[in-house]
Ligand binder design. Structure first.
Ligand code: F0G
Length: 438
């Protein structure tokens, strides 16, 4: 069976050619997904091919996405793929964070090691490859910052024109600066993420611009490889839990699809449980999964959190995420601004670091172990979605004791580490150093 697009809705499942420029099912409006037949190779053959490609100098093989191309065979021709060597992100053992989270052991898969500093690169190389294949010349997205940085880089590398829509005043300067540097036409709109997305979807259709938000099914295909690479790195040992932040819920959808497909192919024997963590003031998916009626998501009109990456009140991929959390036996949790800030500083002290949205994972783990949902001796992988350099204002303000919630409530610098100003004086500096805790 060749690759096709399929409607995600169980009652519809309409199929469309893989080359149609559609983002929702033309019949019922449901989300779309890419579907394939089984690969020719056996499970063992695939595992060997993927492992051997790590020693190759071919650009496609060096990509942590395209190395696994048999797992996302939507392209007929790989000659125009643009790779910045995305993926290839490490699994990092973090004993201090494990202790903070109430676990014996904790491993982070750090997507902040990607070329533009976030997990978006895994999906963007695929979205841009599809744009090229379709003959598109302009691509667009609305973003809380990371998608736009990634799209700007990949589109420019591919010779496409990137057009970016941002919620004015609600993204970190690091991410905005990346978009400018990578040459994107950048429009700061005076509205929130959800409002702008509705507008950009119309604009894309009317102007023939290819939309690269995570509603684009090819981005989801690329993000599947985050979990495939993790399983390859773990020699195919399935963890008990995978913990990740939830915003627009593209990653939750991608991870769940990846595990279901790995199981179908016999690469793994069971599904890990997905734990999705949201910021308390921006938690529509948490509300949905705790509601008796899960048939409709109630959007939050004014989502609030300092973790701007996940400041989203009307997540597009909620029907997919609802299925993935349910079939994996997973859970959804919320964390406060103070919990996010302290967890972030703890991840920093492991020598690892991440941006605020990523730290929801450790804050969520701490809550879920305290509640007994995650066992102390569970095998847990948490996904750090963005690099520590993405939001330097937040980090600096926390350590200075100047960070405040959007309502103006001070966040205590429980793990604050402010710089010390000293005079140019050997004796005084010696006194300061002698006074440091050993
Ligand atoms: N973490 C980071 C650092 C993000 O940038 C995002 C999403 C998420 C987590 C949430 O992931 O949407 O797949 O549930 N950022 C998007 C953007 C929305 O525009 O960059 P999700």
């Amino acid at each position: 069976m060749p690759a096709e697009l399929a409607c995600f809705e169980e009652r519809c499942r309409a199929r469309f050619a893989i080359t149609e420029v559609i983002y929702n099912c033309p019949k019922c409006g449901g989300l779309l997904e890419a579907v394939y037949g089984k690969p020719e190779q056996s499970t063992a053959e695939l595992q060997t091919i993927w492992r051997n490609r790590r020693t190759s100098n071919a650009p496609l093989d060096q990509s942590g996405v395209w190395r696994y191309r048999e797992f996302l065979p939507f392209l007929a021709d790989y000659s125009r793929v643009v790779t910045l060597r995305e993926g290839n992100t490490p699994l990092l053992n973090a004993p201090r964070a494990a202790q903070y989270g109430g676990l014996d052991r904790l491993v982070f898969k750090h997507q902040g090691f990607n070329p533009t500093g976030s997990f978006k690169d895994n999906g963007m190389t695929c979205g841009v490859a599809q744009a090229l294949r379709l003959g598109m010349t302009r691509v667009a997205c609305v973003s809380t910052g990371n998608t736009s940085a990634s799209m700007a880089a990949y589109a420019s590398a591919a010779g496409l024109q990137p057009i970016i829509f941002l919620p004015h005043g609600n993204i970190s300067f690091g991410k905005l600066a990346q978009a400018l540097e990578y040459g994107a036409h950048t429009l700061q709109v005076e509205a929130n993420f959800d409002q702008i997305l509705a507008l950009v979807r119309r604009l894309a259709e009317e102007l023939g611009i290819y939309l690269l938000n995570s509603v684009n099914p090819f981005r989801i295909e690329g993000q599947k490889t985050i979990m495939l690479e993790m399983m390859d790195q773990r020699d195919w040992r399935v963890p008990d839990w995978v913990v990740l932040p939830g915003g627009n819920l593209g990653n939750t959808s991608a991870f769940g699809k990846a595990f279901r497909e790995m199981k179908e192919l016999g690469l793994i024997g069971r599904l890990p449980r997905l734990a999705v963590i949201q910021a308390e003031g921006s938690a529509p998916f948490y509300n949905l999964m705790r509601a008796r009626d899960q048939s409709r998501l109630n959007a939050i009109e004014h989502p609030q959190t300092l973790a701007t990456a996940i400041k989203i009140g009307d997540p597009v991929s909620w029907p997919k995420a609802r299925l993935e959390v349910s079939v994996s036996g997973g859970t959804v949790e919320t964390v406060t601004e103070q919990e996010i800030a302290d967890a972030k500083a703890t991840i920093g002290r492991c020598g690892i670091g991440c941006e605020p949205a990523s730290a929801t994972t450790l804050a969520g783990i701490r809550k879920l172990t305290a509640a007994g949902t995650i066992a102390k001796d569970a095998d847990v992988v948490a996904i750090l979605t963005g690099n520590v350099l993405k939001d330097q204002d937040y980090t600096y303000q926390y350590h200075q004791g100047e960070l405040k919630t959007l309502e103006g409530v001070p966040i205590a610098p429980n793990f604050g580490n402010p710089p010390v100003v000293v005079p140019y004086d050997l004796n005084r500096i010696t006194d300061v150093l002698n006074g440091l805790p050993s």
